[in-house]
Design a protein around this ligand. Structure first.
Ligand SMILES: [Zn+2]
Length: 256
């Protein structure tokens, strides 16, 4: 059975999320890893994860969810982290802001990212990374923070081969989303070919990034099958084997 290694449910009402999680196995899903990416969502995820053991939750502050109250949010985060399986999603998103006028914003993202890496170390948890147009700087922060790459998952991995090779050499993990199935998959197909299968996850990042043939529609965790299907083609292995290996990788990395 499938595991979606990265998704969001907070676009749903609590009732709809409950109804969805009650019927996971009918959708051939054994578990979901969901990210509570902003303070306003953490209670929602905490309540759901207490009801459904198949829902595994990461708590963190997404780089685009940093508020004026970020210091308070970080304090608040410490109450949730021990109930989660990882700190995430955290990282840097410099898309469209990599210019002088936005330096304070970029610096703040870097600071909040570093602080959360420290929290992950303190609670002995892995991290889920969101990185957009910021890989070289994010890499420097990981090195400078001495954060062990064996405990880092790059979610929705779209970086180039050089980045993939560095992550591989350091023992890190990558997770592929529906981008892998797109007509223009960027670097994803190339890096998926090279990256060791025992350190790859599949995810939907739903409700975003629906895979082909659902592109443009609202994504849902069961569509992770299409990502697994594409990865199986790339790795030239049967789909069932691909589903099992990626699910095992996810459980091993997050320890559930
Ligand atoms: Zn996400």
């Amino acid at each position: 059975m499938l595991i979606d290694a990265h998704c969001h449910l907070d676009h749903l009402s609590e009732d709809d999320a409950n109804a969805f999680l009650e019927h996971l196995s009918e959708k051939n899903l054994q578990a979901l890893v969901a990210c509570g990416a902003k303070a306003a969502d953490w209670d929602f995820y905490k309540n759901l994860s207490h009801t459904f053991s198949s829902l595994k939750v990461c708590y963190g502050i997404h780089p685009l969810e940093i508020t004026e109250d970020w210091e308070k949010d970080l304090d608040f985060l410490e109450k949730f982290i021990p109930q989660g399986i990882a700190v995430g999603e955290i990282g840097l998103d410099f898309h469209g802001i990599f210019q002088q006028a936005y330096i304070p914003q970029m610096k703040l993202q870097m600071k909040v990212f570093e602080r959360q890496l420290r929290l992950a170390k303190k609670f002995d948890l892995p991290v889920v990374i969101h990185c957009r147009d910021a890989f070289p700087i994010l890499k420097e922060i990981l090195i400078y923070s001495q954060f062990p790459l064996q405990r880092v998952m790059f979610h929705c991995f779209v970086e180039d081969l050089e980045a993939a090779q560095w992550i591989e050499a350091q023992g890190g993990y990558v997770s592929y989303s529906g981008v892998l199935t797109f007509k223009k998959p960027g670097h994803t197909v190339e890096t998926a070919k090279q990256f060791p299968l025992d350190r790859i996850f599949v995810e939907t990042d739903s409700p975003y990034l629906a895979p082909v043939p659902f592109r443009g529609k609202q994504n849902s965790p069961e569509l992770v099958r299409y990502v697994a299907q594409k990865l199986a083609e790339i790795k030239n292995i049967p789909l069932e084997e691909c589903i099992q290996i990626t699910a095992n990788n996810t459980r091993r990395f997050f320890k559930f």
